[in-house]
Design a binder for this molecule. Structure first.
Ligand code: OAD
Length: 240
């Protein structure tokens, strides 16, 4: 239990008044579901080599290693539940006329919490795609690492964005449009260092009043209008 209530200023009133709201989330919002972040204590990129597990070159070198890791991550995602913060965002969506949730997360927890207008900037782990053609197939359970070759000669890979790759163009364009339209933007649980996702919350892109919800200072802190130094689940349920 927290012994202090986070200071929200006039955020509730702003949320009530806003017709267009965009939310940008990162792995911190799933921390309270029990999933690790990338760069915090126990973060995935502190204990794993990004270039081996999250790059096209790493996949070309050792696809079985890469798939073993994503099988583990997919299992971890399926073994946890959406947090009160995920649930709160789904509730807020219902009462805002124009609501967009752009997430960097590939864990599907926003969809499982009931969010509808979700833009998955870095893809998802619900599908695998072919490296050569447009084929896709579900990735519901552990992917069979003995059967990675597709009939076209390509290989099945996770449908996520790796370092050095472009974000899905339509998803990114929709996210930039939403950021431009927004009157209020919430930035929740991201270190704000991975672009282009983080740029959605910058004044170059949005004229919204930008509120960061994060227990730590981030790369975006200097640019936002308000920082609430608290965990997502200590703030969002109160707003919903
Ligand atoms: P990071 O690990 O970089 O940052 C996680 C952020 O969540 C930190 O700023 C923490 O302070 C914050 N945080 C931790 N617990 C929180 C809580 N309970 N409530 C609110 N905030 C909390 O993760 P991301 O910003 O998501 O990309 O990383 C961005 C991208 O880098 C990921 O999508 C991934 C990674 O490489 C790809 O894989 C392409």
């Amino acid at each position: 239990m927290r012994d202090t209530v986070p200071e929200l200023g006039d955020l509730r009133e702003r949320l009530d008044a806003a017709r267009s709201v965009t939310v940008l989330t990162g792995s911190g919002i799933s921390a309270e579901s029990g999933l690790p972040t990338f760069r915090g204590v126990g973060g995935l990129w502190r204990t794993h080599r990004v270039e081996e597990l999250a790059s096209p070159q790493g996949f070309a070198r050792d696809p079985r290693l890469v798939w073993t890791w994503y099988n583990e991550r997919r299992n971890a995602h399926k073994s946890v539940e959406p947090s009160p913060a995920h649930v709160a965002l789904a509730a807020i969506e219902k009462r805002v006329p124009d609501f967009t949730l752009a997430t960097q997360n590939v864990d599907s927890l926003h969809l499982r919490a009931g969010s509808r207008n979700v833009l998955e900037l870095h893809g998802n782990l619900r599908e695998a795609k072919c490296t050569r053609c447009d084929a896709r197939r579900p990735f519901d359970d552990a992917f069979d690492i003995e059967a990675l070759e597709h009939e076209c000669g390509g290989m099945w890979r996770p449908d996520i964005v790796w370092f050095g790759e472009s974000l899905p163009a339509e998803v990114l364009a929709a996210a930039f449009d939403a950021a431009r339209r927004a009157e209020l933007m919430l930035v929740v649980g991201t270190s704000g260092i991975v672009h282009p996702a983080a740029s959605l919350a910058t004044k170059r892109v949005t004229r919204a009043y930008v509120v960061e919800i994060n227990p730590e200072e981030t790369a975006l802190t200097a640019q936002v209008d308000q920082s609430i130094r608290a965990r997502a689940s200590d703030v969002l349920p109160g707003l919903a």
